[in-house]
Design a protein around this ligand. Structure first.
Ligand SMILES: Nc1ncnc2c1ncn2[C@@H]1O[C@H](COP(=O)(O)OP(=O)(O)O)[C@@H](O)[C@H]1O
Ligand SMILES: Nc1ccn([C@H]2C[C@H](O)[C@@H](COP(=O)(O)OP(=O)(O)O)O2)c(=O)n1
Length: 218
């Protein structure tokens, strides 16, 4: 039997992580947060004093950090060279730098290979920006999750201390532009993905809709 891969792509704050974890829990699948991997490499570059805008150095050093990611929806975790960085990768500094680092082809080549190795181990829900288009184009279920810029900014600012909806809206718009206009694997909806707008849906409703799709397509 071929493995069940559920690809969940979309912009920041659309609800990918929450919905992916909910779907994985409901179906007893593993869960992979590929954004956490790009954030971990970005954290390491900053820690090493590498300028995230210096694409040449980022490319040269892209293979150095050793990442270990736990594909468990109840306890997702990530370490870099043995250090738990789950909290560090969510800081504003990492968020501000991650689009530049993730636009570097050498970073993507390395992480896409690691993501495919994890996916190859069996049934899984994978979230990111290029899962349905590049990482797992044969996935039987592909969801492109969206929400209005207002809803996305409201959600993200509610979970982060010391920020405002306006600041989040500006940061998300900046990252949307960078992520969807980069040359390497830009954020774009796969032709065979189902677009799901979560603006007016609560999390349970989003999870139910994805579960319905999984049933329909498998
Ligand atoms: N459908 C929804 N309605 C309301 N809030 C949501 C919904 N989906 C997710 N959230 C909340 O929005 C925030 C961002 O969701 P998250 O899953 O981290 O998005 P993403 O992974 O796309 O960045 C979280 O605080 C989450 O609890
Ligand atoms: N498959 C992926 C996942 C994330 N990225 C990049 C682009 C995103 O702005 C960053 C961070 O992704 P992440 O999913 O953690 O971002 P949010 O939690 O949605 O704010 O990584 C990517 O290029 N490809």
């Amino acid at each position: 039997m071929t493995a069940l891969v559920v690809a969940m792509d979309g912009p920041s704050g659309s609800g990918k992580s929450s919905a992916s974890r909910g779907v994985a829990r409901a179906l007893g699948l593993r869960y992979l947060d590929t954004g956490a991997m790009y954030r971990a490499v970005t954290w390491w570059m900053l820690e090493q004093g590498v300028d995230p805008a210096d694409a040449e150095t980022v490319a040269r050093r892209a293979g150095e950090p050793r990442l270990v990611i736990t594909a468990d929806p109840d306890a997702p975790g990530i370490t870099v060279d043995g250090r738990d960085v789950a909290a560090e990768i969510r800081t504003a500094e990492v968020t501000a730098a991650v689009s530049a680092v993730s636009a570097v082809p050498e970073v993507r080549a390395r992480l896409v290979a690691e993501q495919r190795a994890v996916i190859g181990e069996g049934d899984i829900v994978v979230e990111g920006r290029d899962i349905g288009t590049v990482v797992a184009p044969a996935a039987p279920v592909k969801v492109y999750l969206t929400a209005s810029p207002e809803a996305r900014a409201r959600r993200r600012s509610a979970e982060l201390a010391g920020t405002t909806v306006e600041a989040q809206r500006a940061e998300m718009a900046r990252r949307d532009t960078l992520d969807s206009t980069r040359k390497a694997d830009p954020l774009v909806m796969a032709a065979d993905a189902v677009e799901l707008d979560s603006t007016e849906l609560n999390l349970d409703e989003v999870v139910s809709e994805v579960l319905r799709l999984v049933k329909e397509r498998t």
